[in-house]
Design a protein around this ligand. Structure first.
Ligand SMILES: Nc1nc2c(ncn2[C@@H]2O[C@H](COP(=O)(O)OP(=O)(O)OP(=O)(O)O)[C@@H](O)[C@H]2O)c(=O)[nH]1
Ligand SMILES: [Mg+2]
Length: 665
C-alpha cells in the first residue's frame, strides 16, 4: 500500500521519509527543499505485517489550491492518485498555519494520521498540546514524532496506524461548501472561515508559555540579519569568510597536503614503470595519476566551501540571506534564493545549477540556471591565473574584476530574460518564512557536501575524461592518423577543425586557430584551455599541464601567443563568459526541462561572451592605440544583429502580454 507524506514546507517530511526508507533525499532548514515526488519502500523495522508499504515524499504545500508548481504536484497527487493513506506531517511549533492544510486534506476522505512533528522543540519550549483533544476535534489519530531521531517510537506508531487505517472512513471535521473557485472573493471568504475554525481548535488544544525568552532572542537576531541596511554587509562578510577559509586557508592546506602525496606516488609509479612501454608510462603516470592530481588540487577547496555553505543552510542563516537579497534580485526578475546557486557555482557550475531546484517560481528557477554559469567557477581559475601571469604581471585586479564582471553580467542577463519572458506581468510569491535557528548538524553538512561534490567528481570522471582523450587525439594526430611532429601543430585534426572558427574571432582580437582550438576544448571543460594552449603553442616548458599553472617565463608565453594586453583580456573574458562546459549544459537542460529555454540560455551565453570580448578588444584598442582593432565592422554587424534579435523578441512579448492583460471594459 502507498502512504503519502504531506504537509507544510519545512515541516520535516523528507526527514521522516529518509528515516522510514533509509534513503538520503535532500533536506534543508527552509521551505521548499523538495520539488519532486519521490517514493520508496518503508524499512521492515517500522511495522509488522507482510504487505509492502511504500512511502511517497511530496513537496510541501500550504493549501490544496495550488499557486506554485510544486504545490500542484502535491495536491494533484493526493487528489488524483488517491494513496491508501496519508501521513500529514504537522510542524508542532506552528500549529495554526499547519492545520489549515490538514483540514483540507481531511476533506478528501483518504484515511489519515497526523504526525505532530518537531515535538522535541515544543517540549523544549514548554508548549503544551493536548493530543487527545486535538485528535478528537479533527477526527483522526494524532501522534507525536521526532523525525530527526531515526527509530523514534513515534515514527513506528505513525506507520502502523497509517497501515491499519487502510479502507477506513474518517469524518472530515470541517467541510467547505461548494464555492466557485474562479471567484477570488468567494475563495478568500471561504479561506477566512477555515482559518477561524482552525484557530478555534488551536486555542483549545495549545498552551504556549507566551513568548519564551528564546523566541525573543531569535526575533532580535532576525531583526539584525534581515535588516535592510546591515543585512547585506553581514552577508558579504559571511561570504568573505567562507571564501577565505575554503580558498586561502583550510582548503588550500588540505589540497597542498594531498597533492604532495600524489606527487610522491607519481614519482614512485614512474620509477616502477621506468622500463615499460612509453605508451603505458604516458597513460599511467601523466594521464591517470596526473589527471587525478589536477582534480585533487582543486577539489578540497570546493568541498570545504560546500561544507561551510551546508552549515550555513542548516543553522538557518541562508534562509535569512535569501530574505535580505530578495528585494534586489526581485528587481531583475530573480529570487532571493538565486544567491545560493550562484555561490555554489563559484566552485562548480553543475551543483550550482542543480541547487536551483529550491527556487519555487519556474521562471526564476530557469533564469537562475541560465545565469549561474557566469560566475567564474573553480575550473576557470587556472585560465585567469595564466593570463594574469603572462600578460598582467600577476596584477591583483584581474581575478576580482572577473567575478565583478560575472555578477554584472548576471544582473544584465536577468533583466534581458525578464524583458523577453514578460516577467514583469507576473507576481513572484516569495513566502518569507524564517526557519528556527539551530546548531547545524555536522553529519547533514557532510552529506550535503558529498552530494554536491559528487556532481563535480562525476563530471571530471566521465565527460571530461572522455572528451579530453578525444581532444588529445585530435591535437596529436593529423587526418592521416600520423603523429603530428613538433613545429607542425597546424596540421593536426584540431587545427583544421578550429581554423574556420578562428575567422569569426578576428573582430575580437584573437582570430588564430590556436586560440580558437583552446576555446573549443574549453567548451568541453574549462580546465582544458590552459593545457591546450600549452600544447598548440609548444609551451609545455613554461606551463605545467598537470597543475595547469605557469611555471616562470610569463613574458615568453605572452610573446609566443602574440596578443596585445587588450586582446588577451578579451580572450580571457571570452573564455569565462561563453557557455560553460558540456557537463554544465547538461545540468542546465535537466533543470530547465524546456528546450526553448535551454537554447535561449546557450544563445544568451554565446552572445554575451562574444559581445563582451568584442567591446573589450575594440574599445581597449581604440584607447591604447588610437584606432580600432581588426574586423571592427563585421564584428559590429554581428553584435548589432544579436541586439536586434533581442529587441524583436522583447517587443513581441510586450505585445502578447499587452493583449493578454489589457483591460476590456
Ligand atoms: N528539531 C527537529 N527538527 C526537525 C524534525 N524534523 C525535521 N527537522 C528539521 O526541519 C528541517 C526541514 O526538514 P525537511 O525534511 O527538509 O522538511 P520538508 O517538510 O521535507 O520540507 P520541504 O521539502 O521544503 O517541503 C530540517 O532542518 C530538519 O533537520 C524534528 O522532528 N525535530
Ligand atoms: Mg522535503
Amino acid at each position: 500500500m502507498r502512504i503519502a507524506l504531506a504537509g507544510n514546507p519545512n515541516s520535516g517530511k523528507t526527514t521522516m521519509y529518509n528515516a522510514l526508507t533509509g534513503r538520503n533525499e535532500r533536506v534543508g532548514n527552509w521551505a521548499g527543499v523538495t520539488v519532486d515526488k519521490k517514493e520508496s519502500s518503508i524499512r521492515k523495522g517500522y511495522f509488522e505485517g507482510a504487505e509492502e508499504l511504500i512511502a511517497v515524499d511530496l513537496p510541501g504545500a500550504y493549501s490544496m489550491s495550488p499557486f506554485t508548481s510544486e504545490e500542484s504536484i502535491t495536491s494533484s497527487y493526493v487528489k488524483n492518485e488517491s494513496p491508501d493513506a496519508i501521513i500529514n506531517i504537522v510542524d508542532a511549533t506552528n500549529l495554526s498555519r499547519s492545520l489549515f492544510f490538514t483540514t483540507q486534506l481531511l476533506e478528501l476522505g483518504i484515511p489519515m494520521v497526523i504526525a505532530l512533528n518537531k515535538s522535541d522543540i515544543t517540549q523544549k519550549k514548554k508548549t503544551e498540546i493536548d493530543i487527545r483533544l486535538l485528535s478528537e476535534r479533527l477526527g483522526c489519530p494524532v501522534i507525536q514524532t521526532v523525525s530527526t531521531s531515526a527509530g523514534h517510537e513515534g515514527l513506528k506508531q505513525v506507520v502502523s496506524k497509517a497501515a491499519a487505517l487502510k479502507g477506513c472512513e474518517q469524518k472530515a471535521p470541517y467541510v467547505q461548501g461548494d464555492i466557485n473557485l474562479q471567484n477570488k472573493a468567494e475563495v478568500e471568504a471561504a479561506d477566512r472561515k477555515r482559518f477561524a475554525f482552525v484557530n478555534s481548535i488551536v486555542k483549545e488544544v495549545e498552551k504556549r508559555k507566551v513568548f519564551t525568552r528564546d523566541k525573543n532572542k531569535q526575533d532580535k537576531i532576525d531583526a539584525v540579519l534581515t535588516n535592510k541596511f546591515v543585512g547585506i554587509p553581514i552577508f558579504a562578510a559571511v561570504m568573505f569568510l567562507v571564501f577565505y577559509i575554503s580558498q586561502s586557508t583550510v582548503g588550500t592546506w588540505i589540497a597542498d597536503w594531498l597533492v604532495g602525496w600524489i606527487e610522491t606516488f607519481q614519482g614512485w609509479a614512474a620509477g616502477m614503470v621506468e622500463n615499460a612501454n612509453p605508451f603505458l608510462q604516458a597513460l599511467l603516470v601523466d594521464g591517470i595519476i596526473g589527471g587525478v592530481g589536477a582534480v585533487v588540487g582543486f577539489l578540497p577547496l570546493v568541498m570545504v566551501m560546500y561544507f561551510l555553505i551546508a552549515l550555513l543552510e542548516d543553522c538557518g542563516y541562508m534562509a535569512r540571506a535569501t530574505v535580505v537579497l530578495d528585494p534586489i534580485f526581485k528587481r531583475v526578475g530573480l529570487s532571493g534564493k538565486s544567491v545560493i546557486p550562484m555561490v555554489i557555482g563559484t566552485g562548480c557550475a553543475i551543483p550550482g545549477i542543480m541547487s536551483c531546484r529550491t527556487i519555487r517560481n519556474e521562471r526564476e528557477r530557469r533564469a537562475t540556471a541560465m545565469l549561474t554559469p557566469f560566475m567564474p567557477c573553480g575550473a576557470k581559475l587556472p585560465v585567469i591565473a595564466l593570463f594574469a601571469g603572462a600578460f598582467f604581471a600577476d596584477a591583483a585586479w584581474v581575478g576580482p574584476t572577473m567575478y565583478l564582471v560575472g555578477i554584472v553580467l548576471i544582473f544584465l542577463g536577468a533583466l534581458l530574460v525578464k524583458k523577453i519572458t514578460g516577467y514583469k506581468f507576473r507576481k513572484s510569491f516569495f513566502i518569507i518564512e524564517l526557519p528556527e535557528y539551530k546548531v547545524p548538524s555536522l553529519k547533514r553538512a557532510t552529506l550535503s557536501m558529498l552530494s554536491r561534490g559528487k556532481a563535480y567528481i562525476v563530471k571530471a570522471g566521465t565527460i571530461i575524461l572522455v572528451c579530453n582523450t578525444v581532444v588529445q587525439i585530435m591535437q596529436s594526430f593529423n587526418w592521416q592518423f600520423q603523429v603530428v611532429e613538433e613545429g607542425m601543430e597546424n596540421t593536426s585534426i584540431l587545427a583544421s577543425v578550429a581554423s574556420p572558427f578562428a575567422v569569426l574571432l578576428i573582430p575580437l582580437g584573437f582570430g588564430v586557430w590556436q586560440l580558437a582550438a583552446a576555446a573549443i576544448t574549453g567548451f568541453i571543460a574549462k580546465e582544458n584551455v590552459v593545457g591546450t594552449l600549452a600544447v598548440v603553442y609548444g609551451l609545455t616548458n613554461f606551463i605545467d599541464t598537470d597543475k595547469l599553472a605557469l611555471v616562470g617565463g610569463g613574458n615568453e608565453v605572452a610573446a609566443v601567443m602574440g596578443l596585445t594586453k587588450v586582446a588577451a583580456l578579451a580572450y580571457l573574458m571570452f573564455n569565462l563568459f561563453t557557455p560553460p562546459c558540456f557537463a554544465a549544459l547538461g545540468a542546465m537542460n535537466s533543470e530547465m526541462q524546456d528546450k526553448k529555454w535551454l537554447w535561449g540560455g546557450i544563445a544568451l551565453q554565446l552572445g554575451t561572451g562574444y559581445s563582451v570580448a568584442f567591446l573589450v578588444y575594440q574599445i581597449g584598442t581604440l584607447i591604447t592605440t588610437g584606432s580600432l582593432g581588426a574586423g571592427f565592422l563585421p564584428g559590429l554587424a554581428a553584435v548589432l544583429a544579436m541586439a536586434g534579435v533581442l529587441v524583436v523578441l522583447s517587443r513581441k512579448t510586450q505585445k502578447t502580454f499587452g493583449e493578454k492583460y489589457s483591460l476590456h471594459v
